[in-house]
Design a binder for this molecule. Structure first.
Ligand code: ADP
Length: 499
């Protein structure tokens, strides 16, 4: 279905945008060039606000502030409990401003407002609290030496971090990177995605209000080839933590290698399998498959975009999917009845439509959808292809749109092989009540996240990150905290004699 939304009657207040400038050393400032760029409302294709456009010189200023805050400021030197106190305040401020933050992400990124308001912002605050609780529990070990030497490891923050983040979940991306790095004691420069710069600037303001010292968090909105490239090739940044496409991941790693060998962690693309075995309850699993591939308009790196269905259940499953799709509503993401909003921008919208054309041309069966909606905004019908084969472009490349590809399989061995026949390795779903199959498949798939009889089960203690060309390094959980830390080993003779 389609909904035009009857928002006049609703109580949702669309916020006035408050923060549009760069945030450097605790202040909102214009970019050095004075240039701005528009951020577009994907529902209407109209400008929401003009935002200061950061470039290399602005990144330099931001890094200088972050460097100074790291080398001389209090943040890395605070006892952990002080960072914990400030992070807890930050989380509270997020919740105090929850509705406005949710609305900003809906405006800018078309995240469903009801989901943002009821879940996303609260979960983001909880993630900050998780890291707040870890901030005073970072410690090293006493080492067993073979000589009469006492030794221990000291765990230190890695330094100045450059975070380069994408547009699909602006709040989640900001908070998972910044929360872990703050708890570790790092200082940082964040480049928000050019499509969705608004909430990052708001969070910078809240962090300051919570007591994060000036220079610790700097936000530079801008484009990838300018501001982003300036971060990845900067000589004074110690690590770049990136989430985005695999193509850009290659560029960032290259820039890190040819500049100062900064550490790199990359959370990249995916083409995750969602595997349905014969024994499942179709009424439960078909709706789950639908949301695994269509949630957030299909714009989620761990989307289950290759649906493998075992032959005995195949027809029933596809029928049930189509049935379920009848209740699926595309429309204004502020409307609480809507399941799917517009794609984030014109470029993504056109890219998704061109993948759909590829699918048709390569001979997949277009079961339903396949067209843009006849209205303003970047809306695309939920689209299902069947008879998809492994060699088709739609089975191999990340589409990042509301497109499901369904493939039939016979045996466990066959589906493991197919699931692994991708350059990516981000996530996988295994739907079965057979424990042996669940165990065998989850251990055989080369991917960083496996969901058995569930999908998108994110949690603050659950690390997300890739195998293969989906990248390396984790976000969320203690693994993400550890990547912002480094180990210093210190030794001294026990009996004060030179050794
Ligand atoms: P998408 O295609 O989903 O926009 P990208 O990988 O291009 O994914 O974008 C993710 C983030 O990476 C954005 O913040 C973008 O501006 C940034 N980016 C794009 N190109 C580069 C680059 N060459 N160097 C550094 N950052 C980049």
């Amino acid at each position: 279905g389609e909904s035009n939304g009857n928002l006049e009657k609703s109580t949702i207040k669309i916020p006035k945008v408050k923060y549009t400038k760069l945030f450097i050393n605790g202040e909102f400032v214009d970019s050095i060039s004075g240039r701005t760029f528009p951020t577009i409302d994907p529902r209407t294709e109209e400008v929401i606000a003009y935002v200061s456009e950061g470039d290399k010189e602005d990144v330099d200023l931001a890094v200088k502030a972050a460097r100074h805050a790291f080398d001389h400021g209090p943040w890395p030197r605070f006892p952990g409990c002080e960072r914990r106190r400030i992070l807890l305040k930050f989380a509270d401020l997020m919740e105090e401003n929850l509705e406005e933050l949710a609305a900003l992400d809906t405006l800018d990124a078309a995240n469903l407002y009801s989901v943002a308001k009821n879940m996303l912002i609260h979960d983001a605050a909880e993630l900050i609290r998780f890291y707040a609780g870890a901030a005073d529990k970072i410690h090293g070990e006493t080492l067993k030496m073979s000589k009469e030497v006492q030794a221990y490891t000291l765990i230190e923050p890695i330094g100045v971090v450059g975070h380069i983040i994408p547009w699909n979940f602006p709040t989640q991306m900001f908070v998972m990177k910044v929360g872990a790095a703050l708890a570790a004691g790092c200082t940082m420069v964040i480049k928000a995605a050019e499509q969705t710069p608004l909430s990052a600037l708001y969070y910078a303001h809240l962090a300051k209000q919570a007591g994060v010292p000036d220079g610790v968090i700097n936000v530079v909105p801008g484009f990838g080839h300018t501001a982003g490239a300036a971060i990845s090739s900067h000589m004074d940044i110690d690590m770049v933590s990136f989430t985005g496409s695999t193509v850009t991941g290659h560029r960032i790693m290259q820039a890190a290698a040819t500049s100062n060998l900064k550490q790199v962690c990359l959370e990249l693309g995916g083409k995750s399998p969602f595997i349905v075995f014969d024994d499942v309850d179709v009424d439960k699993i078909a709706p789950l498959a639908l949301s695994a591939s269509l949630y957030n308009q299909g714009q989620i790196c761990v989307a289950g975009s290759r649906i493998f269905v075992q032959e005995g259940i195949y027809d029933k499953f596809v029928g049930r999917l189509l049935e379920e799709l009848k209740t699926w509503v595309v429309g204004d993401p502020f409307d609480p009845n809507v399941n799917q909003g517009p794609q984030v921008d014109k470029e993504q919208y056109e890219k998704v439509l061109s993948y759909i054309e590829h699918g048709k041309r390569e001979g997949a069966t277009l079961l339903t959808g396949g067209k843009p909606l006849d209205r303003k905004g970047y809306y695309i019908e939920p689209t299902i292809f069947t008879d998809v084969t492994d060699d088709m472009i739609i089975a191999k490349e990340e589409i990042f749109g509301p497109v499901m590809s369904i493939m039939k399989f016979k045996s466990v061995e066959e589906v493991i092989k197919k699931a692994n026949s991708t350059k990516y390795g981000l996530a996988a779903g295994v739907m079965t009540n057979n424990l042996n199959i669940a165990n065998t498949v989850s251990r055989s798939i080369r991917a960083g996240t496996i969901w058995i009889n569930c999908y998108f089960a994110f949690d603050y203690d659950f690390p997300i990150g890739g195998y293969k060309r989906s990248g390396f390094g984790k976000d969320m959980g203690m693994d993400a905290l550890r990547k912002y830390l480094q180990v210093k080993a210190i030794a001294t003779p026990i009996f004060n004699s030179p050794w």
